[in-house]
Design a protein around this ligand. Structure first.
Ligand SMILES: Nc1ncnc2c1ncn2[C@@H]1O[C@H](COP(=O)(O)OP(=O)(O)OP(=O)(O)O)[C@@H](O)[C@H]1O
Ligand SMILES: [Mg+2]
Length: 251
């Protein structure tokens, strides 16, 4: 059964699409069959995989969601585009921004994406959903119904353990699967980012120090010059003479 992984962050430009693409490639290199669902109207992941014509195309997630909301049939191939690298993708286009708004008031809105993926997800080992950054909640509402498991804390694991051996066993298997396959890619991706950020920061500090050393005296002299400006010729301010008071004469 496919693991469905949603890459979500409400803040824009935080690397969701980059993470989606890298995770997909990493998992495909491990011989896993991966489907990417581009759920962002900006269609960055679609473009990243070479599909730059999506705004003029009807074969996108937008068309599929619109069809489900109108209670129409969706094509059996679900507009999936196949990549030579073993990564499949359902692209998005700018129309998804409108669909996102309509989803907010749609009947059974949480089930729209679930209906689309229902017949296809089991052909894959992993389905990765690249989400919209900020939105109206239409896309995000889909995710609650999509994720087969969520990573939780120790207390939740103990709760599962108490509930029954079978459920606990399944949870632990899923967790191990996730730790073996998904987390190493996320970790290496994040450490790459950290490394990149650290290197850039060190470079900035070095550049700053260099530029400070290059013009040290000029700055000091300029400061002295400003501080002492006009000191030699400074004259005491002449005291103002008091003006004689006008005598007022009463008529
Ligand atoms: N690990 C990384 N190291 C350095 N730069 C990165 C990394 N991940 C992403 N970026 C850069 O950060 C920018 C934003 O990344 P990306 O488009 O993946 O973010 P996003 O969260 O999908 O944005 P949006 O919310 O607009 O969809 C891009 O220019 C991308 O190349
Ligand atoms: Mg993105």
């Amino acid at each position: 059964m496919a693991k469905i992984i949603s890459i979500v962050n409400q803040k824009e430009g935080t690397g969701k699409s980059a993470c989606t693409a890298n995770l997909a490639v990493g998992l495909a290199q491990k011989n896993m069959k991966v489907l990417i669902v581009d759920a962002d109207p900006q269609s960055d992941v679609s473009a990243g995989f070479g599909y730059r014509d999506c705004d003029d195309s009807n074969e996108t997630l937008t068309a599929l969601m619109d069809a489900v909301m109108k209670d129409e049939d969706i094509p059996s191939d679900c507009h999936i585009r196949h990549q030579a690298e073993g990564i499949d993708i359902i692209c998005s286009n700018i129309g998804l921004a409108g669909t996102e708004v309509q989803l907010v008031n749609a009947m059974s809105r949480e089930y729209v994406l679930k209906q689309i993926l229902y017949g296809i997800k089991d052909q894959y080992d992993a389905v990765i959903i690249d989400c919209i950054g900020s939105g109206n909640g239409g896309i995000i509402s889909q995710l609650k119904m999509q994720n087969e498991m969520k990573l939780t804390d120790e207390s939740w694991i103990s709760y599962q353990q108490g509930k029954g051996n079978e459920e606990y066993q399944k949870y632990m298997e899923d967790l191990t699967d996730m730790q073996n396959h998904v987390l190493p890619y996320l970790q290496s991706f994040c450490s790459l980012e950290e490394k990149g950020v650290q290197e850039r920061r060190e470079q900035q500090v070095a550049e700053k120090n260099e530029s400070r050393e290059a013009v040290p005296r000029a700055g000091v002299e300029a400061n002295i010059a400003v501080k002492d400006a006009g000191k030699a010729e400074r004259k005491p301010v002449a005291q103002k003479k008091a003006m004689p008071r006008k005598e007022t004469v009463n008529p």
